[in-house]
Design a protein around this ligand. Structure first.
Ligand SMILES: Nc1ncnc2c1ncn2[C@@H]1O[C@H](COP(=O)(O)OP(=O)(O)O)[C@@H](O)[C@H]1O
Ligand SMILES: [Mg+2]
Length: 227
């Protein structure tokens, strides 16, 4: 769904954790916005709170204070079930370590995502083929993860994340385990899917060359954004 307004708005978000008797303030008032079809990056040193924020944006966790509006849904007020329902339909996740099923082929991995999303079986074949071709794996569809390079495995993970037609893709350090050439290929695939699938992508990275291709970069320092 592409609308004129923001896809997601984060206002005054705070998140703390209790560790023993200590309170750890991780996010201390975050303001951000994701517009449709944007490539937005979060940068910041390890431990600065990037993954904590991605989890909130993805509806996996809730803030202690503040608001997260995703496509008109108040994530900060939704029940766990409501957030799970919206997340399954509208959000795709990509991880640093690919998170593929090792015994399934590329094809079967993507098909599994459609099965879990409740997509009608009659659409699986054409959608799996389309997604794997989109990420440049049309000739590797029946390989299993161990028969693919790291960059190819991450491209299977991208096909898997977009298969159910989400409007938002969240990627936590998706290029951290890849060399710079494979990392650049992943970014080029991200650019392609933003246009062809009309998704918004929000990702974390440390890599300065990768940050260059962002539409917008948010830099996190000590639980806040600096500009
Ligand atoms: N569930 C949790 N319980 C306690 N502390 C946590 C939890 N999740 C994250 N933290 C702490 O929050 C800080 C930020 O973590 P994280 O968001 O993973 O940072 P980043 O992704 O930028 O490396 C770290 O100090 C981490 O230990
Ligand atoms: Mg992290």
């Amino acid at each position: 769904m592409v609308t004129d307004g923001p896809l997601l708005t984060v206002t005054g978000v705070q998140r703390s954790f209790h560790v023993g008797s200590q309170r750890l303030d991780v996010l201390k008032g975050i303001e951000m916005e994701l517009l449709p079809m944007q490539l937005v990056m979060l940068k910041g040193r390890s431990g600065s709170g990037k993954t904590t924020l991605l989890n909130l944006i993805g509806g996996l966790d809730q803030p202690n204070e503040g608001e997260i509006m995703f496509q008109g849904h108040p994530f900060h007020r939704c029940s766990d079930d409501e957030r799970t329902h919206i997340r399954r339909k509208e959000i795709g996740f990509i991880f640093q370590s690919f998170a593929l099923m090792p015994l399934l082929s590329a094809w079967e991995n993507v098909e599994l995502a459609l099965r879990m999303a409740g997509t009608p079986r009659s659409q699986w074949k054409s959608r799996v083929t389309h997604c794997l071709e989109l990420v440049g794996l049309g000739k590797r569809m029946h390989h299993r993860p161990f028969e693919l390079s790291g960059g190819e495995q991450q491209r299977v993970a991208i096909a898997k994340a977009i298969a159910h037609r989400p409007s938002l893709i969240l990627a936590d350090e998706p290029t951290a385990e890849l060399d710079s050439q494979m990392g650049a290929q992943i970014m080029s695939v991200f650019r392609d899917i933003i246009t062809s699938e009309q998704v918004t992508i929000c990702m974390t990275t440390h890599d300065p060359t990768i940050l260059e291709v962002a539409d917008h970069v948010y830099e996190m320092v000590d639980g806040r954004f600096v500009s």
